[in-house]
Design a protein around this ligand. Structure first.
Ligand code: PLP
Length: 446
């Protein structure tokens, strides 16, 4: 397969004018995507690509699900937008359904935003308004978005540099079983060491100043890191001890990605708020928001809820989320993700046996990462974390995949494997076969 972009020198009018996020603009020549169906999208020449990462780990229903498309069409004809100061039937129906999948028996309230970064910004505000404290703590190895607030939360330096973070953000080191400074063979001890460190950060920052600890319960873009047993429970306990709100950023992990409605249920820890986006509407409409457990939300019965946006609760966006959630539930996709987990776990571990470059395979649900290394014994990363020029072998991997009609992405030395929850076994096998071949090319060039 020839990847045919537009040729950077002769870009057609319009294409040059669109700034491509997270990229140096010169020399870009990706395919032009014009349509999509199921787990595949197509370029302007009709070439199909299997999407091994559900877009940005979000198109969890695959593309073009007829029920979601019809619901959006019908809503567009009836009402696209009304002020968030009015009540609306679609928002109410969605909120009620969200309550049925939440980790809180006491109930919840929902605040809407247009995407993940905005949702995290709002979660920070809500935590500050409720606690009257200012500081927010996040993990160094984390990705929370690219708005000013959410990039201040984000721990990967590249996203914050050279824009200085606003005041009030502090970081801690969370455990990473594959290459953790807290490592021991016993996950309980590893969790305890990491919690000692967090306790120390809290005491240096002044726990009484900390409004929230905000974490991805399983990290996403920063390498699909699963915490050792007991760690998140310990974070929950520390929050309770100090009156700090625990916020889970479930923008990537929510809505079945981890084979549960939210990763919170999968890891067995209930936070105080959950920020969501991506899979909520499966990217059919730009929807995000914050779920606030009832006992926290109640604060705003007597205090100003000083957060809002013109498009907060955009009815068309919410209709996309409502239709998507109904499909997840009707088609049992949160449970189906367990099946995908078995396929991925088995398939990726088989690849690990064949390819020494795969240092680690980890994940749950339809949310996996493969960490690539130069040497399994030393675990030296295939490309350096944070190194701007170090990504050549990873570029080779993604290009070789694309040449074989498969799309994937990742960050630094970790490739994400997160297909739609609807993917069929034979489609996944095509993707794993292409990955097998692409890894062989990467290894041959080392
Ligand atoms: N939080 C997490 C965990 C994410 O993975 C992302 C996006 O990748 C975001 C926040 C930001 O969401 P958005 O790109 O919708 O602003």
């Amino acid at each position: 397969l020839q990847i045919q972009g537009l040729g950077n020198e002769q870009l057609a009018p319009g294409y040059r004018q669109v700034l491509v996020p997270w990229a140096v603009q010169g020399g870009l020549n990706p395919p032009v995507i014009t349509s999509a169906k199921g787990a595949y999208f197509q370029d302007q020449h009709g070439q199909s690509y299997l999407d091994l990462t559900s877009g940005y780990v979000a198109v969890s229903l695959g593309h073009g699900h007829p029920k979601v498309v019809k619901a959006i069409q019908a809503q567009a004809e009836r009402l696209c937008w009304t002020a968030s100061s009015y009540f609306n039937d679609v928002r109410a129906e969605y909120a009620e359904l969200l309550q049925t999948i939440s980790p809180w028996p006491e109930g919840l309230r929902v605040h809407f935003a247009c995407g993940g970064g905005e949702a995290n910004d709002d979660a920070i505000k809500i935590a500050r308004l409720v606690t009257r404290r200012t500081k927010v703590l996040t993990a160094y190895r984390s990705y929370h978005g690219s708005t000013l607030g959410s990039s201040a939360l984000t721990g990967v330096d590249r996203w914050r540099d050279p824009i200085p973070a606003p005041a009030g953000f502090a970081k801690f080191v969370a455990p990473n079983p594959y290459r953790s400074p807290f490592h021991t063979e016993d996950p309980q001890v590893e969790a305890a060491r990491a919690l000692d460190h967090l306790r120390m950060v809290l005491s240096h920052e002044g726990a009484q100043n900390v409004a929230a600890i905000l974490m991805e319960p399983v990290t996403g873009s920063s390498g699909v890191v699963l915490y050792p047993d007991g760690y998140l429970e310990g974070v929950r306990q520390l929050c309770d001890e100090h009156g700090i709100l625990l916020v889970f950023d479930e923008i990537m992990t929510g809505f079945g990605r981890c084979a549960a409605p939210f990763a919170a249920q999968r890891v067995g820890v209930a936070p105080d708020m959950i920020s969501f986006a991506k899979g909520a509407s499966a990217s059919y409409t730009p929807l995000g928001g914050v779920l606030v457990r009832e006992r926290v939300a109640r604060h705003f019965d007597t205090h100003l809820f000083d957060v809002g946006h013109t498009h907060a609760g955009h009815v068309l966006a919410v209709a996309g989320g409502l239709a998507a959630l109904k499909v997840y539930l009707e088609e049992g996709l949160f449970e189906r993700a367990r099946q995908v987990e078995q396929w991925l776990d088995h398939g990726l571990r088989q690849l690990q046996e064949r390819h020494p470059v795969i240092g680690d395979v980890r994940g749950l649900g339809a949310h996996f990462g493969i960490e690539l290394v130069k040497d399994r014994a030393s675990k030296e990363p295939l490309v350096q974390w944070h190194h701007p020029d170090g990504s050549a072998p990873m570029r080779t991997l993604y290009t070789e995949l694309l040449k074989r009609g498969v799309h994937a992405y990742g960050r630094y030395n970790v490739m994400i494997v997160a297909p739609p929850l609807t993917i069929e076994r034979h489609e996944l096998d095509v993707g794993l076969q292409a990955l097998d071949e692409a890894l062989a090319v990467v290894e041959s060039r080392l």
